[in-house]
Design a protein around this ligand. Structure first.
Ligand SMILES: Nc1ncnc2c1ncn2[C@@H]1O[C@H](COP(=O)(O)OP(=O)(O)OP(=O)(O)O)[C@@H](O)[C@H]1O
Length: 207
């Protein structure tokens, strides 16, 4: 990211963000509510236009990272009256990257039962978060952008999900994660970026 700026109606939400992130690493983004973590993730994903600056992938400028990324931003998008498996089947049908076995695998990875017929609209908060994780991991993307991915999970599920995220790192994935839970950040991240008022402060914590 080179000099990324985002301004809305004269208000600066991101100021001169310069970061070089490498595959095979997990980067944590921490900061107070409203410090700009989600806006930064949205700009990277192309869900929000940047005002200026460039995003380079392997040295080549790219509009955003949407091509090969799995993400969790705010609420998951799902069809409430379908089961988890049916929801994943609908996503998988677009690009035909994930087959039936992959759908079952990602659901089980996060503790959901592929044969559960319950409509996801009736899921608990934690179950919806597991669905969101399954969706993000579904197509085995090179990049994972995860905004508060574990906040609603029970203790065992948090441990399991952390293990899964670390496995992705070992498989060479680039993971960006925003969390208010110091334990998530400490147990997962190679490097931590602190955000304040739309600025990334110099890194304070390195493993
Ligand atoms: N569409 C928008 N229009 C105007 N301002 C916005 C918009 N989206 C976000 N903001 C503002 O940008 C700032 C950063 O918000 P952001 O959601 O990135 O914070 P955050 O660090 O993710 O916070 P939290 O920890 O609460 O999730 C906030 O002041 C917010 O009000």
């Amino acid at each position: 990211m080179n000099n990324i700026n985002k301004t809305i109606k004269g208000v600066s939400l991101l100021t001169d963000i310069n970061l070089a992130l490498e595959s095979g690493h997990i980067y944590g983004f921490v900061g107070d509510n409203g410090s700009g973590k989600t806006v930064l993730f949205k700009v990277l994903l192309g869900l929000m236009h940047k005002t200026s600056g460039t995003i380079l992938v392997d040295g080549r400028e790219q509009k955003d990272l949407m091509q090969d990324v799995g993400f969790i931003i705010e609420r998951p998008e799902y069809i409430p009256y379908y089961s988890a498996k049916k929801n994943l089947e609908i996503i998988a049908a677009y690009r035909k990257v994930a087959d039936d076995q992959r759908i079952r695998t990602v659901l089980e990875m996060f503790g959901l039962d592929p044969s559960d017929k319950k409509a996801v609209g009736k899921y608990s908060l934690g179950m919806k978060q597991k669905l969101a994780l399954s969706m993000a991991f579904l197509e085995d993307p090179k990049v994972l952008i995860l905004d508060e991915p574990l906040s609603a999970l029970d203790a065992d599920s948090v441990q399991e999900a952390r293990k899964r995220i670390l496995e992705e790192k070992k498989r060479g994935k680039l993971v960006l994660i925003a969390s208010h839970y110091p334990e998530d950040i400490q147990s997962l991240c190679d490097e931590v970026y602190w955000m304040k008022n739309g600025h990334v402060l110099p890194s304070k914590e390195n493993k």
